[in-house]
Design a protein around this ligand. Structure first.
Ligand SMILES: Nc1ncnc2c1ncn2[C@@H]1O[C@H](COP(=O)(O)OP(=O)(O)OP(=O)(O)O)[C@@H](O)[C@H]1O
Ligand SMILES: O=c1[nH]cnc2c1ncn2[C@@H]1O[C@H](CO)[C@@H](O)[C@H]1O
Length: 434
């Protein structure tokens, strides 16, 4: 496990070194290693740049992720191929991206549950998927299927907006029997997406997701839900609210999804509402940066030294230096919030916003897993006097998430090709020395 930013001087701890005090706690003096798990509709992103008339001609809605009949999707694919508009074919899927980015950032293992074609031809979509996934993403639990994984035709408009047209193949055929209970119950988090509930009635994906969430809950493993797109939430707002209440620890969404879920346009107020159902909320807001919201026990709150920010909740960032906790772990729960504007004001030129939100979530997951890693290896540390969800404060995590989103905005793929630059071992320095 590589630790998230600002660790080198102040907080880096020697779990890897032979500290005699650790030897007493851990006879083999070998750090226990953690992992996170996720379930995805395994698919590749086939990226092409088109103008909006292309979308209109094919009846595609801008910004949406639409499931298409196989022959329609193949027609679009053939047209893109004939006009030489396809620029890349990368492994995709909102959870696949998140696990990959987590593994790249943390240099640590993640476990993906989903399907994979049992026969793979060189150059085909499943082949591309395997070639462009981090070797730290454990693909050994994938369920073999006698057909194709999904294809997500990713159409980028001139303004960078992305619209997805999906040829689902067998991506929703994941059976509960192909989940691994022990992996899920020992993970630092289980990551799910709202897209999983979009399978057809007879397909097992929904059941698999619910089974995994149930196992995670039994073992106290945080369940993380990313909202996909607002169109999925809009139709079934009440159903999603109940789902979050029943199963979810952390909700990750953008401001459109937040509006669809809560009916509230202000991201801060939407976060406040979601805290009634979940313990931690990440809300990305495009050019307006991102918000994080959570709970801390009054006894463990820490006041910010930054300027207090105005907003729909006045001085909402007052306790942003606190490390978030589950509401149930607080004797006197206090809601805490932070906001951060885009890293360096955002890139000069955004290549593609696809996956910027997933990347922010991967950074947050990295900090959560780092906390677990530390708790298991240095159990007596003062850092674990109370049970916190993250290693760093809400404020510090937001800087890290923001920095990682930036990295995705300046590249083509939603998947990081490398970790953050080493010289940013002190994230703080890089952030302010501008
Ligand atoms: N136009 C922009 N200018 C500056 N920064 C941006 C811009 N768009 C996005 N960002 C950065 O990327 C982060 C995530 O962006 P956004 O809210 O667009 O995610 P998203 O819609 O969830 O993306 P996706 O669903 O494709 O993963 C923002 O919090 C911000 O830091
Ligand atoms: O229906 C879907 N299921 C799973 N992932 C999807 C779906 N539609 C789009 N994406 C994925 O979302 C990522 C960006 O956040 C894209 O990489 C795309 O593969």
């Amino acid at each position: 496990m590589k630790f998230p930013g600002q660790r080198k001087h102040k907080h880096f701890f020697p779990v890897e070194s032979r500290d005699p005090r650790l030897s007493e706690l851990l006879p083999e003096n070998k750090p226990l290693s953690g992992h996170i798990c996720g379930i995805d509709q395994v698919l590749v992103d086939i990226e092409a740049h088109v103008d909006d008339s292309f979308l209109a001609r094919h009846g595609l809605s801008r910004g949406h992720s639409m499931l298409l009949a196989a022959d329609k999707a193949e027609g679009i694919y053939r047209e893109l191929l004939a006009r030489e508009l396809i620029v890349s074919e990368f492994a995709g899927g909102t959870i696949g991206n998140t696990l990959h980015n987590y593994s790249v950032l943390a240099d640590d293992r993640s476990v993906l549950f989903g399907v994979m074609s049992e026969n793979i031809r060189v150059g085909s979509s499943p082949y591309r998927y395997l070639c462009t996934s981090s070797s730290r993403v454990d693909l050994n639990y994938l369920q073999p299927v006698a057909g194709s994984i999904g294809q997500c035709i990713t159409l980028i408009s001139p303004d960078g907006e992305r619209s997805f047209a999906i040829n689902k193949g067998m991506m929703d055929h994941l059976e509960p029997a192909h989940l691994d209970q022990a992996q899920i119950q020992t993970a630092s988090a289980l990551v799910l997406t709202a897209y999983l509930m979009r399978c057809e009635e007879h397909e097992p994906m929904r059941q698999s997701a619910l089974q995994a969430a149930e196992w995670a809950r039994e073992a106290g493993v945080p369940v993380v839900l990313t909202m996909g797109t607002r169109f999925i939430v809009e139709d079934r707002k009440d159903w999603w609210q109940q789902f979050i209440r029943d199963h979810v620890t952390l909700v990750a969404m953008n401001e459109d999804e937040a509006l669809a879920l809560t009916g509230i346009a202000d991201p801060l107020l939407a976060c406040e509402r979601v805290l009634e159902w979940a313990d931690l909320v990440l809300c990305t807001a495009g050019a307006a940066g991102l918000y994080l919201a959570g709970y801390v026990d009054d006894e463990h709150k820490r006041e910010t030294s930054r300027l207090l920010l105005p907003g729909a909740i006045p001085e909402f960032n007052r306790y942003e230096y606190s490390r978030p906790m589950r509401q149930a772990d607080c004797a006197t729960p206090l809601k805490i919030y932070t906001h951060i504007s885009p890293y360096m004001g955002g890139p000069e030129r955004i290549k593609n916003t696809n996956g910027a939100g997933d990347a922010a979530l991967a950074a947050l997951l990295h900090d959560m897993a780092a906390n677990d890693h530390h708790r298991h290896n240095v159990p007596g540390s003062v850092k674990h006097r109370a049970r916190h969800l993250t290693y760093s404060s809400l404020s510090q995590v937001s800087k890290y998430a923001n920095r990682v989103s930036f990295e995705v905005l300046v590249q083509h793929s939603p998947r990081l090709s490398r970790g953050l630059p080493e010289r940013e071992d002190s994230l703080e320095e890089a952030y302010w020395a501008r």
